[in-house]
Design a protein around this ligand. Structure first.
Ligand code: ADP
Length: 234
């Protein structure tokens, strides 16, 4: 387990000077991004600019060719694959454009799945998942199947599932991409506030300026390079 005390001054998660190429394509050119507990960072940029590659490098899915990724004082890019997989399971949560819920399971059980996969008994896991429902505006929907939920509700169940293991960092890739503007706004508000209240860090990839503006900082990725906007007064 990474120590929580040795790097009190350093950000919780940082990628520094990251480079990554795929054959003749250069996806990242000395890109950097850091995020702290309770902080949210939006990653914006045109399609193909390297946003997903940056997210994958930070979350230990992809190993950069150069630079370093530090999570709580640990060099993620130097960990063997099995340790990176463990880290993703125990310390990172993921929210995608589509929540990918299992249609035959009630909402609370969908949200409880990561706990059950960790070996927590069904009853305990579901009870813990249900605790997240009121904060995410899902109270009363615990027993509904995904087919009985709206798009926004299903995405909030996806957020509950990402939060149920109490991750230190939540990565979200276009979490409102499949929702209408109003529903997307609601889901974003809940995502940002819930992650902040739980003192987790949020790294969110989006094309949508409105979505990005809800975060504490915006990092623009242009042709594999990162440009950080000054911190907004929020
Ligand atoms: P974005 O998320 O901003 O759309 P990506 O990080 O997905 O950008 O991609 C950056 C560049 O790297 C693009 O030119 C893309 O085609 C390329 N790329 C990304 N992943 C791969 C891969 N697995 N194999 C080959 N090229 C890739």
């Amino acid at each position: 387990m990474p120590s929580q005390t040795t790097h009190t001054q350093a950000p919780l998660l940082s990628g520094t000077d990251l480079t990554k190429g795929y054959g003749r394509t250069t996806a990242l050119r000395h890109a950097s991004l850091a995020v702290d507990r309770g902080e949210s960072v939006a990653v914006m940029g045109p399609s193909g600019s390297g946003k997903s590659t940056l997210l994958y490098c930070l979350s230990g899915v992809v190993i950069p060719d150069g630079g370093e990724v530090l999570f709580d004082g640990v060099r993620v890019d130097e960990l063997p694959e099995a340790r990176r997989t463990d880290l993703r399971r125990s310390d990172f949560g993921f929210v995608f454009q589509f929540p990918g819920l299992l249609p035959e399971l009630p909402a609370a059980e969908n949200a409880a799945l990561p706990l059950m996969l960790e070996g927590v008994g069904r009853r305990d896991a579901v009870a813990r998942a249900r605790e997240l429902f009121p904060t995410l505006g899902l109270e009363g929907l615990e027993r509904r199947r995904p087919g009985e939920l709206s798009g926004g509700e299903a995405q909030r169940v996806g957020i509950a599932r990402a939060l149920v293991l109490e991750p230190a960092v939540v990565f979200a890739d276009e979490p409102t991409g499949s929702l209408d503007t109003r529903t997307g706004d609601e889901v974003m508000s809940l995502l940002v506030s819930t992650v902040r209240d739980r003192r987790a860090a949020l790294v969110l990839v989006t094309h949508d300026e409105r979505v990005a503006e809800r975060c504490d900082r915006i990092v623009h990725v242009v042709d594999g390079r990162t440009v950080t906007e000054p911190r907004t007064a929020r």
